[in-house]
Design a protein around this ligand. Structure first.
Ligand code: ATP
Length: 258
């Protein structure tokens, strides 16, 4: 395969590496063409937030992990881009917390869901739902994402849905589930509708979630409840948007900054 070698010194090293992962995912049948476009939308927002994890994301990560650890039946929904970008980290997070992964796709085909299952298994994921276990069709979804695992999303009280679109977040909320998302765009419908929105690149978020899970896994429920109940997603989204405004103002005033 013709893989491009990106020098570490390249100023866009990380961003180019992620592009390669997405392209590889596409070649493996894990990512679909619209996934490439969605990735580009994320890249633009990453550029704007400075390609670094900011404070508003750290607070949302802490609350998100606490909410997942408190849940009775948590699940992590995995789509093609998520699987292509952070397969080993998803597996590690799942192993550490005992929270299963569930393959849930907008553009669903048997080949694609099996490819993602195999890919996650290869990276060590202990439990992957949504492919070989019992599934059910949910009302209120037009896309193929209405097909969910009975044991997973169908019965879940808390769902982590990274890189998601607004319709599904809304439908999950209507079903009474708590929704945590990872989305670089604080203006997206998903970001606006979720209970906890981590505005950052999933590639940086998953390692931080693993660290946070290690720190909080033995915390008592009181402590986890305190973290979740003192969290305010509206405030976090405000912080993210004001951060963008201030950063752009600063850069704009400087004129040339590279
Ligand atoms: P909505 O329907 O919620 O308004 P949308 O139409 O933008 O959102 P999609 O394009 O389906 O939804 O979802 C992709 C979302 O994921 C976008 O908001 C994009 O910014 C975000 N995204 C893409 N790549 C990443 C990434 N690597 N890390 C975090 N977020 C990402």
């Amino acid at each position: 395969m013709n893989q491009v070698k990106i020098p570490r010194s390249h100023p866009r090293y990380e961003s180019l590496l992620l592009r390669e992962k997405i392209i590889e995912g596409y070649k493996k049948g894990i990512v679909v063409l619209p996934g490439l476009i969605a990735h580009g939308r994320g890249e633009a927002f990453d550029y704007i937030i400075g390609e670094k994890t900011q404070d508003f994301a750290l607070k949302a990560i802490e609350a998100g992990v606490a909410m997942l650890l408190l849940a009775e039946r948590p699940v992590v929904s995995v789509n093609g881009n998520t699987a292509a970008l952070v397969p080993a980290e998803l597996a590690r997070f799942s192993e550490l917390t005992g929270i299963p992964l569930e393959v849930n796709l907008f553009y669903r085909s048997r080949e694609r869901e099996e490819a993602i299952y195999k890919w996650l298994k290869m990276h060590g994921a202990p439990k992957i739902l949504g492919v070989y276990d019992e599934r059910i069709e949910l009302d209120g979804f037009e896309s193929m994402r209405r097909i969910v695992s009975v044991e997973g999303i169908y019965s879940a009280d808390v769902v982590l849905v990274p890189l998601e679109d607004g319709d599904r977040t809304e439908a999950l909320k209507k079903m009474g589930k708590k929704v945590i998302t990872i989305d670089l765009n604080p203006f997206s419908r998903t970001a606006q509708k979720a209970d906890i929105t981590i505005v950052d690149n999933i590639y940086r978020v998953l390692p931080l979630m693993i660290n946070e899970a290690k720190r909080l896994i033995d915390a008592d429920r009181e402590e986890l409840t305190r973290i979740v109940s003192s969290y305010d997603n509206k405030r976090i989204l405000s912080e993210a948007i004001l951060f963008i405004r201030d950063r752009l103002t600063r850069l704009g005033e400087q004129g040339v900054f590279v």
